[in-house]
Design a protein around this ligand. Sequence first.
Ligand code: IDC
Length: 384
Amino acid sequence: MRKSIQIVLCAALLSGALLLPQGCGSSEQKEPARQDTKAGASSESESDAGDSLSSDNAADTLDRPVQDSASDGSSGAPGLACPSVNGALRVEGTQLVDQNGSPVQLRGVSTHGLAWFPDYVNEACFQQLHEDWQANVIRLAMYTAEYGGYCTGGDREALKKLIDDGVTFAGKQDMYAVIDWHVLSDANPNLYLEDAKAFFDEMAGKYANSVHVLYEICNEPNGTTTWSEVKSYAEQVIPVIRARDEDAVILVGTPNWSQYVDQAAADPIASYENIMYTLHFYAATHTDDLRARLAGAVESGLPVFVSEYGICDAGGSGPIDQYQADLWIETLDKYGISYIAWNLSNKEETSAMLQSSCGKTSGFAQENLSESGSWVYQMLKDHI
Ligand code: IDC
């Protein structure tokens, strides 16, 4: 189903008086977009306004039509891309682009496993991530096999409710949302292929008209899983999504914990459009070699999306390497690649954005951020 996008031509834009960048970083454009996401229950907010990094409180966050970013005649999208301005995303060559074909980069934060840390799925939290951190995407990570995993006895209805809420809150806060089927200890996504098909059938049926939703069909194939096995999985899950949602961007993991993008580049999925391939890095573990592999894949024509990264080691903990992290961001920006930081929690591990002593689930103050959290916060803000 083609996504319907209402075009709003506001008087100021028509007159040419308002030459704002085509992004939503400015307060004039912070109202969110969606009217067609599923209604999640409104969530509690533990925001402590006096203590918050966020300086203002955009209470007026309900449904607004999607704007056409061509309405001022501008072709570029230098600001913070967001659904109300940039609309549905698609892939052109190696680049993620907006509804007008302008390049778009998504930058944001991933939840930890939704079953482990459900409380960060609240609108005040997402509002702060967008307005203060300048994130324009949130990734909703749903483990398939770990603790509370969707395929290993987890509470499916509760997990889907968290996804519904996350998608709704992201839409209301004018952010894109990635629904992540978080394959990890299950190693080979084919293990739960039928569950994946049923899940994405349901998700795509629900969100076919939600321009801000992207689907990530397997976080990290690993172990002995080959690219041809991942490709076979993808070629069975993608048509399920396409039967409901013909054009949403779909992210496909690559072997070896989403590092073998070269293998995908050598044998990409040919029969579908708007497909991107994921590369994950942890800066204290992955350096020049993986960057070279990324560059090679992109230069050979592969659209890559970094749907997860950390600035610590690949175990999600250990020391932080800011030097390598900066080199990574430089490389990703050079190629216009999107990137999402792991993880939004206060778990006692260095990849967590929050100090383990922080009990808040929104309204974070500077001192609540971990070293990773402070770095990601500054890096995202510095981009705008
Ligand atoms: C880690 C979490 C950790 C959790 C573990 C489960 O940070 O709290 O106990 O998963 O096995 C990935 C995975 C991501 C990992 C992360 C850090 O996608 O799920 O999260 N990581 O190890 N790939 C590379 C690193």
